[in-house]
Ligand binder design. Structure first.
Ligand SMILES: [Zn+2]
Length: 347
């Protein structure tokens, strides 16, 4: 009998909710901080907060707030275009090793610029795209979604959206909204999203993670979000579940991330099965795989153990349908993975 690990290892995988910076290998993070003479910890307004330098310890945090600060520390360590190229190169190597065949990856350029105002952001994004395109020779394709980052406010978000629109033909396909959900609700960014959608960018938003079900409704109604990052707290309001079902808006569900940030109870099964049972379109990803010390493979394993391989395979097909590929590309991807997913498994 084939083990879950062996069955999942052979599956094609799709990233719809993966932050490129959050994929930075712990060893590389330590190396970059040592080179710059900075700590692996970042606390706003505090000059020098000592942090661990053992790769096994650098990615640890107690709650969602500390997680966001770890993400900030990682972004601070990425100083120049070469660092981002390396990040993308290592991401591709790790993705190919796991049989990832398609991905729409988040980047957070306003966080980069916050720590490194001198950074040529558009040139850096082009360099990342170039590295990601190296995966084509191995049958994998990646696109970027620029996160406008709530915490910097609507004006900064608009600047990021304009830059994303300029790079729309060059590997950037959409905008996203990450950061602190509770202090920066979706309605602040309505104008930014209207601009981006008019410019031909696709629209996604984190919601229903740190904030409740209403934030999911607001992301859909105020921003026109076509997919919701996390969204698991939609379960708190049947009317929001109805909205997700009626509009066929998929959720990008990241189980380990939710357990580690405390959004989902650590000692209970993750609610993705409840969302699926409620008729909501579920897709599975790893969020910030390195920071959460997981991987898309491990998230798939977790799901397969919980609800079985057949349901996981359905989630993978749903991810193809939920992607922003055009109809012909989706068809091609479906055909390509169809045979592999249809293969009977002993598990
Ligand atoms: Zn995320």
């Amino acid at each position: 009998m084939q083990s879950v690990e062996a069955a999942v290892a052979s599956l094609p995988k799709i990233h719809l909710h993966c932050h490129l910076e959050g994929s930075l290998r712990a060893e590389t993070f330590v190396e970059l901080t040592k080179r710059a003479g900075i700590s692996t910890r970042y606390r706003p307004g505090q000059a020098d907060v000592p942090g661990p330098d053992d790769p096994a310890e650098v990615y640890s945090f107690a709650d969602f707030g500390e997680f966001l600060l770890t993400f900030a520390a990682v972004s601070r360590s990425l100083a120049g275009p070469d660092d981002y190229a390396r990040l993308a190169r290592e991401f591709v190597a790790d993705a190919l090793a796991q049989r990832v065949i398609y991905g729409e990856l988040f980047i957070s350029p306003s966080v980069w610029a916050f720590f490194h105002p001198e950074l040529d952001v558009p040139a850096t994004i082009r360099l990342i795209v170039q590295e990601l395109r190296a995966a084509r020779a191995h049958g994998a394709e990646f696109a970027l979604i620029a996160d406008v980052t709530r915490n910097f406010g609507p004006e900064s978000a608009m600047r990021t959206a304009r830059m994303a629109a300029e790079l729309a033909g060059d590997g950037v396909i959409g905008i996203g909204l990450g950061g602190d959900e509770s202090r920066f609700p979706p309605e602040l960014f309505g104008e930014v999203y209207a601009y981006a959608r008019a410019a031909g960018l696709r629209a996604v938003a984190h919601a229903g993670e740190a904030a409740g079900a209403q934030s999911v409704r607001d992301a859909i109604e105020h921003l026109g979000a076509e997919r919701i990052g996390h969204g698991i707290r939609a379960l708190e309001d049947p009317a929001v579940l109805d909205l997700l079902r009626e509009r066929a808006i998929p959720l990008e569900v990241c189980p380990t991330s939710n357990h580690l940030t405390g959004v989902a109870a650590k000692d209970a099964p993750h609610p993705f099965a409840a969302l699926d049972a409620a008729g909501v379109i579920v897709t599975i990803d790893a969020d910030d795989p390195a920071l959460f010390r997981t991987s898309i493979t491990r998230e798939y394993e977790l799901v397969a153990r919980d609800v079985g391989l057949a349901t996981l395979q359905r989630f993978i097909r749903q991810a193809v349908d939920a992607s922003f590929l055009d109809a012909a590309a989706k068809r091609a991807l479906r055909e390509r993975i169809g045979a592999e997913l249809a293969r009977p498994s002993a598990y």
